[in-house]
Design a binder for this molecule. Sequence first.
Ligand code: NAP
Length: 313
Amino acid sequence: MTARVIDGNKIAAHIRVEVAAEVNSMVADGFRPGLAVVLAGRNPASEVYVRGKVKSSEEVGIYSEKHTPPETVSTAELLALVDELNHRDEIDGILVQLPLPRQVDAKKVLLAVDPAKDVDGFHPMNVGFLSTQRPGLVACTPAGVMEILKRSDIPIAGQEAVVVGRSDIVGKPVAMLLLNANATVTVCHSKTRDLPGVCRRADILIAAIGRAGMITPDFVKPNATVIDVGMNKVTDRSEFDRLFAGNQKREATFLAKGSTLVGDVHPDVAEVAGAITPVPGGVGPLTIAMLMANTVKAAKLRRASAVPETSST
Ligand code: NAP
């Protein structure tokens, strides 16, 4: 058996089209949602992510602006910037790109973001809203995982869901969203006993670990849905062979770039699972699409307007 491969790019494109339509109707009503991205310092990976976020905003018609304080920025200076953005009415979403420079108290800065503009969904108030099922802003990657499941017609209610990983940004919120959608949820971590055995109970297995190809076929119940959140760069030849021996397309990328991107799920899992998300092209594209959806949602929630709810938020 070979799993159905879920196309995250296609799902993300649908969401972007829906968001663009909502932005159009908001503009017709007299306002354009706005996103402010704060990129402190010069982290090359963060620069790439932020470029993608700004470009995506432009594509769906969201006003965006980028703030680039220097590497030497202090906590007080960032707090002042966040405060200014909190008070500007045309800004609906504030995204502080992590990691922040070492001297900055990141928790303090994130806590200062107005929860109504917290499009990353990391503020404790939004985390509380999620766990008490109140309207709020949900972290983008976990929200994207739910969109993948829903839009791929994967049943959730009553299903056994196992989440491997308990981070604040992925594992915990994804577990809470699955619970809210009436799955029976187990959350695993580095101290979990018999991880393969627990994972084999899953109808829906979510891997958010950060370890290349750790989920092998023996972790997976036949026909289960496997969602791979992991993004790991493999540079080591023997690690590459463990994951992709015989895969000529990957071999070509690996030889050309000296690395390849791999999830937390071993490619052989596709022989056991019923449906699976690839890396790249699975969960990744949903993260930015959900940031766009969150910005529109923030604009709507803040204005408490009569614009109908999107199915993607
Ligand atoms: P994280 O904060 O490092 O958390 C990793 C989790 O995995 C922890 O809960 C850890 O357990 C658990 N874990 C580590 N080794 C384990 C093992 N051997 N057995 C069982 N559990 C283990 O990572 P994260 O920020 O959640 O990210 C997870 C992955 O998702 C990374 O690859 C990251 O790059 C990727 N990611 C992708 C996107 C996207 O847009 N696609 C967005 C965010 C993150 P403990 O709590 O016990 O340490």
